[in-house]
Structures are given as C-alpha cells and as structure tokens.
Write a protein that binds this ligand. Structure first.
Ligand SMILES: [Zn+2]
Length: 414
C-alpha cells in the first residue's frame, strides 16, 4: 500500500502552512493566508494528472479523476477542508515525529513543561508501536483537516499510479473556512457533480458518521433600568437578576457537561451584562428533530413567561437555526454508508458508527443535495496543542478511500 514516508512528507508540507480561519471576517476565504495552501493544492492536483482542476474566487478547489471502467458508475466525491481552527494558533507549526511510540508520556515542550500523556488522553494507548505526529506544544497541529487533505491527495496519486485498480469518476473537493461553519456555504454542489460524497474529517481510526446534531444559536437580550441605588426602591430593574432567573429556569442537567451520546442540551456560552442590559448567548443541540424544536419552544415560552411578570417587555430572544441532522438525508441512501463500512473492513479497520456531537460540512452538503457521511481522518485532540495523528491511521484512511472507489465500481458492474 502507500508508503508512510510519502504520507508524512505530504502532511508536513501542508501543516507548516498557516491557514487559520477567522470568524470575524466576512470574506471567503476568511483569511488571505488560506490561499497559500489552496494554490499549492490546486497545483499538485494538476501535476498528479487530475482533470478539470479548478480553484474559484473563494478558494474552493475541485478536481476529477476520470473513470477507468467502461460501465456506468455513480460519480462519488471526497471532501476535506484546509483551514484550521481559530481557537488556537496555527502559526509556525513545528511537527514532531514520534517513531514507534512506547506508550509513555510524550514531552511536547520541555521548556514549557507541556506533556501529552496517556494518563489523561487514554486514546494514545491504542497507538503503541505506531508512528505519531504531534505539535511542539506551542500551536495546534492542523490534522483537522490536513490529515483529510493528505489522505485524499495520496489516494488520488495512488489511483493514478495503479490503473489496475478499477474505479468510476472520482471528484475531489477542498474547502476553506469549515472551522468557522462556512465550509459548505459556497460549495457548488451542481458543479461538483457527484451523486454522493464523503468528508474525510472524523477523528479516531474507524469512525464513520452519518448522524449529527440539529443546531441553533440563541441570543437573549434583557433590558433593565438603572437608577441611583440610593433612590431605587420600586424603580430599578436589574437586568442581571432577570438573566439569572432565565438561566435557572432551563434544565440545569441538560448541558454539555452532563450529556452524552444522543442527549441534547442548552449551552450557555456567554454572559455580558450590567444593570441596564444583559446579553446571553446559547447554543441549542439535539439529534432528534422534535426534541430540538421543543427546546427552542421552551426558551421562547420562558421569555413570554418572564415578560408577563413586568409591565413592559424586558426580555427578547432571537433564535437562528444553524444546521440539521443529516441522518434524514442519508437514510434513504443508506448503501453509501454500507460501502464505506465494507471498505473499512477490507482495510482491516473496525467501523465505529456513532452520532457526531457537533456538525460537519457533510451535514450541510447533505441538505444541499449531496449526501455526505463523514469518515475518520485519524487525528485526536483537535483545535489545541495536544493534537496528534498516527501515521498508520492516515495510511488506513488512504486505503479506505481507494477501497470505496473500487467497491463502488464493482457494485455497479452489470
Ligand atoms: Zn475538521
């Protein structure tokens, strides 16, 4: 199969280019520096001999690996994002390679005493004997999702070099700004022209996901009335106390720190306030669409209830849907998950099917008409200095991509 060194070299050449996205920017890509990697990827795709390589004005990259079989095969695609999270620095990433990991603490940065320890990150243990790529403790790694990019690139190169492997038309899509929730926004599904696709953007080896949260954001604004405290009796309205009532009226155990699997939650992510005005920001998450709608209603009812206690409106809420559970779009085409599962088994990877407690670009794309389950890219501890990726997991992901291409062509051979 593919050579480890090739994967390492490719991965390092991508993560050492800073592509951090910026939620404050309204342009696409949100940061100019994302072009540095985008242009490089487009060049490499051309060099590799892929067809119809395009990079549009928003840095979305598309390319085609033509079919090498005479029969009709559905066009499938593989997608990943080249930006990295705004949560942690992606400048001067200095990847460290831990060969033949011994299962013990990894000193990421001696000077700053930053240690990647299996005592805290138990997942590490399963990679004993493998080759890990880590950070030097000062930046994130960017395996999310440059591992995915590396895997797709390596798989396409492998297929071009191995014409004996039969496949239909394969599309490649690389996007900016996934980390700020905009990776799918300007993705031209029609131009991409695939019947279905896979995002290579999961974590642990074996992950295969086609369920994610339904998601909304809520801004709650509470208006008070500030009066000199010495003369405030029956006049002053303290918006912070009303906020407190609102917060305490929501179920305290339905929060991220008390929920798992398919349990939904309300997450209070910020409070900003004084007597005159308090602003709360919540995110609302639930896999079940009905429960999701009920959560939003609960907040609205609560607002109405509080307002009823005052002469005039003191509290208002603005709820905005963010994304929906792709399950309803994948279930009618469940065979696309089946193919991925069989491909994993053929690559000796045990499929781990579990609901994502978050969203993916694939979820948005599924609602835009491109059903798009998510496959592992191999990294762990995304968006921070403890991020790492086993080279062997990336190698398996390459194998899975190749197998999916092969199995799809086989399945549709008459
Ligand atoms: Zn990602």
């Amino acid at each position: 199969m593919t050579n480890k060194q090739e994967i390492i070299n490719r991965f390092i050449s991508y993560v050492t280019i800073d592509t951090q996205s910026d939620p404050e920017s309204s342009s696409t890509p949100s940061t100019e520096k994302q072009w540095d990697l985008a242009n490089k990827l487009a060049e490499e795709l051309k060099e590799m001999g892929l067809q119809e390589v395009s990079i549009d004005e928003h840095a979305y990259i598309m390319a085609t690996l033509p079919s090498n079989v005479p029969h009709e095969v559905p066009v499938i695609g593989f997608i990943s994002h080249f930006d990295t999270s705004p949560d942690f620095s992606g400048t001067n990433v200095n990847p460290q390679i831990i060969e033949n990991y011994n299962g013990e603490d990894i000193i990421l940065n001696k000077e700053k005493d930053i240690i990647l320890s299996p005592d805290y990150f138990e997942d590490l243990i399963q990679y004993k004997g493998q080759n890990l790529i880590t950070t030097d403790g000062t930046t994130l790694l960017g395996a999310d999702d440059k591992a995915g990019i590396t895997e797709i690139m390596t798989a396409m190169k492998y297929l071009t070099e191995h014409p004996e492997i039969k496949h239909g038309t394969i599309k490649v899509g690389f996007t900016p700004d996934e980390e700020i929730g905009r990776g799918a926004h300007k993705f031209d599904v029609e131009k991409f022209g695939a019947e279905w696709a896979y995002t290579m953007d999961g974590s642990q080896v074996g992950e295969l996901e086609f369920e994610n949260f339904n998601a909304a954001g809520a801004d709650v604004i509470i208006k008070g009335k500030s009066v000199h405290p010495g003369y405030a009796k029956d006049k002053l309205v303290n918006s912070m106390y009303i906020a407190q009532d609102f917060i305490n009226s929501l179920p305290r155990l339905e929060t991220p720190e008390h929920t798992e699997d398919r349990q939904g939650f309300f997450h209070l992510s910020s409070i900003k306030g004084d007597v005159e005005e308090t602003k709360l920001h919540y995110i609302i998450r639930d896999h079940d669409r009905n429960h999701f709608e009920a959560r939003k209603e609960m907040m609205q009812d609560l607002v109405a209830e509080i307002n009823a206690q005052y002469e005039k409106e003191v509290i208002e809420i603005k709820i905005e849907d963010q994304y929906f559970n792709m399950r309803e779009k994948i279930e009618p085409v469940q065979h696309i998950v089946e193919i991925a599962k069989i491909a994993m088994e053929a690559a000796e990877v045990e499929p781990i099917l579990k609901p994502i407690r978050g969203g993916t670009d694939g979820a948005q794309l599924s609602f835009m008409g491109l059903p798009c389950p998510n496959i592992f890219a191999g990294g762990h501890n995304f968006h921070g200095k403890y991020e790492y990726v086993p080279v062997e997991s990336m190698q398996k992901a390459v194998e899975v991509i190749v197998k999916i291409a092969e199995l799809t062509a086989e399945k549709y051979r008459r």
